[in-house]
Design a protein around this ligand. Structure first.
Ligand code: AMP
Ligand code: TRP
Length: 333
């Protein structure tokens, strides 16, 4: 066992991955691989909480895995796998559900949003409990996510503490890791709402695999404001501020530096600059993605699942014992 702390995160294989996912979460996944024992998961069990097509899901799971590899998740340094191939997640979720109050789940804003859009079901309601199980089954200390996951992560922390105090010390209380900048990338069409995979209008987002011309078009059409001044003000100028964030993150320059350079630049030109920076920043990801072989990726994911099972099973043996269940099969009293 290494003495590094464990980091865990997950991404749903629904819809396509956009620059909000990348800047808010995936870049951190990649950056944390050396300093932590890193475990990353394509959370396909979460994806079936909304209406879905099994054939499309099968395809998008693999594409999501490929994209994670393309952005730089390295199977030599991180454990990467599909959630559905490690049944211990669902087992721990059941156990945690028995110490979860309905009130806590009722307060989840994401449940309300998704239920309004897609219809409700018990799995969608219990979704945050499965997310807590994902994290706790690996005894993760830290969870890199965008800031829309804060409420879910609070539940995971509560469940960890509750389990520990009721049944004995078992789980760390996981910390959230969000980037200082980029934790909430906004929609390009409506910069007061976040960029989202499920927005009906594709013009609101830029996908990691969008063609360069599509990316340029999306930024040209990005909503700004009626002033003529480039400055950072999230309240008064959410569109321009979002573009400044994106440009800063793709060029590794500070906001102050960018504002100084572009202060008087016409919005149209500025949007072209942002679009070009994103085209350039995404180009290595696109090439890496199209260079990956499906069979090879499947092999990586199977290997990941087998390793993750071994790891999660070790943890579940301890959890079962704490609840009064026999820890191992094959033992005779
Ligand atoms: P999801 O799209 O819900 O599967 O989210 C995958 C990861 O991306 C999670 O860690 C989210 O918090 C993060 N994320 C999603 N949308 C955004 C956004 N607009 N800005 C920053 N991070 C985001
Ligand atoms: N709920 C997260 C999202 O929608 C995905 C997720 C599932 C997750 N399980 C997780 C994220 C565990 C971090 C840790 O983006």
């Amino acid at each position: 066992m290494s003495d590094k702390k464990t980091v865990f995160s997950g991404i749903q294989p629904t819809g396509d991955i956009h620059i909000g996912n990348y800047l808010g979460a995936l870049r951190n996944w990649v950056n944390l691989q050396d300093s932590y024992d890193a475990i990353y998961c394509v959370v396909d069990l979460h994806a079936i909480t909304v209406p879905f097509d099994p054939v499309a899901l099968h395809r998008s799971r693999l594409n999501t895995a490929k994209l994670l590899l393309a952005v730089g998740v390295d199977p030599a340094r991180s454990l990467l796998y599909f959630q559905s191939q490690v049944p211990q997640h669902a087992e721990l979720s059941w156990m945690l559900s028995t110490i979860t109050s309905l009130g806590a789940l009722n307060r989840m804003t994401q449940f309300k949003e998704k239920a309004n859009k897609a219809g409700e079901n018990l799995g969608l309601f219990a979704y945050p409990v499965l997310m807590a199980a994902d994290i706790l089954v690996h005894k993760a200390h830290a969870v890199p996510v965008g800031d829309d996951q804060t409420q879910h992560l609070e539940l995971a922390r509560d469940l960890s503490e509750r389990f520990n105090s009721r049944y004995g010390e078992e789980f760390p209380v996981p910390e959230q890791i969000t980037p200082e900048m980029g934790a909430r990338i906004m929609s390009l069409k409506n910069p007061t709402t976040k960029m989202s995979k499920s927005d009906e209008d594709p013009n609101t987002r830029v996908l990691l695999l969008d063609e360069p011309d599509t990316i340029r078009k999306r930024f040209k059409a990005a909503v700004t404001d009626s002033e003529r001044e480039i400055r950072y003000d999230r309240e008064e100028k959410p569109g321009i501020s979002n573009l400044l964030d994106i440009l800063a993150l793709f060029t590794q320059r500070s906001i102050d530096d960018l504002v100084e350079e572009y202060h008087d630049t016409p919005y149209g030109h500025f949007k072209v600059t942002v679009g070009e920076a994103v085209v350039e920043g995404l180009s290595p990801i696109r090439s890496a993605f199209y260079g990956l072989d499906d069979e090879e990726v499947t092999r990586i994911m199977v290997k990941g699942a087998l390793d993750a099972r071994t790891r999660a099973e070790g943890e579940m043996a301890s959890v079962r014992k704490k609840l009064g269940f026999d820890a191992r099969l094959g033992q005779r009293a």
